[in-house]
Write a protein that binds this ligand. Structure first.
Ligand code: RIB
Ligand code: CA
Length: 338
């Protein structure tokens, strides 16, 4: 009986929503995660690597983790390309330290596991070159590792079944007025991936907000599952909501981690990878001509969708809307397992 699981590599800057996405993929019956590669972004690449190792240990799995690029392709080369990847560091302190939206550590033990010696980019190139069947890739952080791999071996783009990307905004940004965090954290990498010829499915801000905006009620529903992974995700999202409100909600004064019943958080990365597990979570997806601006100006990192035929044929599928009920139910089904 052929193995019905689809092979997948997950590239992530494992902060909070990456952790939820990775757990979902690791728990899915139809996905075989063969390797996890970490990248700079929410956290340092070392922190993201440790978090990935701890999630593998949490589920008692034996999946290799590879450490990837510590900063963007052009970091430090010119103004606007800082080498500080702690893009989530914000201007507010808590307990005398700058509070970062994504916790440096998920608070899970790594069980003594360590990253492989091979660099993530080398692993991506080698594994995809050697693949006899297409391998899916999920990228939920800046696309530095993916773009670097395409630079080394452009032909591997054809060895990817679908490259699921969390990135971009159709009309809005979340790091600048028009640019989303993953794309703006390495605009050149995102621009290169758009032109790679890989089969892209992009989960932008708006679609993710439609499919995976979690309220305190949703979190309580997760926790009511009573499993280890549900308790972990519930607590993680409670802390995430609190951190976002502490950083951005004027006058917010609730103690950690008491959350405002009217608050919510978008679990972007879960929404972006959910279609890899169950495509029915997507209700509106369109073949689009996509580019990413990397000119360093006001629109730097913006996902640009050409609907006027200035560029060539569509190069990506962009998700415009999701079935929120199905997207949330799918996560419940997966977290109920462990
Ligand atoms: O804009 C949201 C994205 O930026 C998510 O991948 C989140 O983890 C951060 O990396
Ligand atoms: Ca991420």
């Amino acid at each position: 009986m052929p193995d019905l699981k689809r092979k997948m590599i997950v590239d992530c800057d494992t902060g909070t929503d990456d952790a939820v996405a990775l757990l979902g993929l690791l728990l899915a019956d139809n996905i075989d995660v063969i390797g996890i590669t970490s990248v700079h972004g929410n956290l340092t690449v070392e922190e993201a690597t440790a978090n990935n190792l701890s999630l593998v240990h949490f589920l008692g799995l034996d999946i290799p983790v590879y450490q990837g690029c510590p900063h963007s392709l052009t970091a430090g080369l010119f103004p606007g390309r800082t080498s500080n990847t702690l893009c989530q560091t914000t201007r507010k302190e808590f307990d005398g330290k700058p509070l970062r939206i994504h916790e440096p550590s998920l608070g899970l033990p790594t069980g003594g596991r360590t990253a492989e010696k091979e660099h993530a980019v080398s692993y991506l190139v080698r594994t995809l070159r050697e693949a006899e069947e297409p391998i899916d890739v999920c990228a939920t952080g800046p696309l530095t590792n993916i773009a670097a791999a395409f630079l080394l071996a452009p032909e591997i783009a054809q060895k990817i079944g679908t490259l699921y990307i969390m990135g971009g905004g159709i009309h809005i940004g979340n790091r600048t007025p028009v640019a989303e965090a993953n794309f703006v954290d390495d605009a050149e990498a995102a621009a290169k991936v758009m032109l790679s010829g890989a089969n892209l499915m992009i989960g932008p801000i708006e679609a993710n907000e439609a499919g995976a905006t979690y309220t305190p009620e949703d979190i309580a529903t997760i926790e009511a599952l009573g499993t280890k992974s549900a308790a972990f995700v519930g607590a993680l999202l409670r802390r995430f909501i609190w951190r976002c409100d502490y950083l951005w909600k004027p006058g917010f004064s609730l103690a950690p981690y008491e959350i405002d019943p009217d608050s919510s958080c978008c679990v972007h990365d879960w929404a972006a990878v959910a279609p890899a597990i169950d495509p029915t979570v997507v209700t509106d997806a369109r073949a689009e001509v996509c580019r990413v601006d990397c000119s360093g100006g006001m629109a730097d990192g913006q996902l640009i969708i050409d609907r006027r035929g200035y560029f060539t044929a569509p190069n990506a599928t962009v998700v415009y809307d999701m079935d929120e009920k199905r997207c949330k139910q799918l996560l419940l089904e997966l977290l109920a397992k462990y």
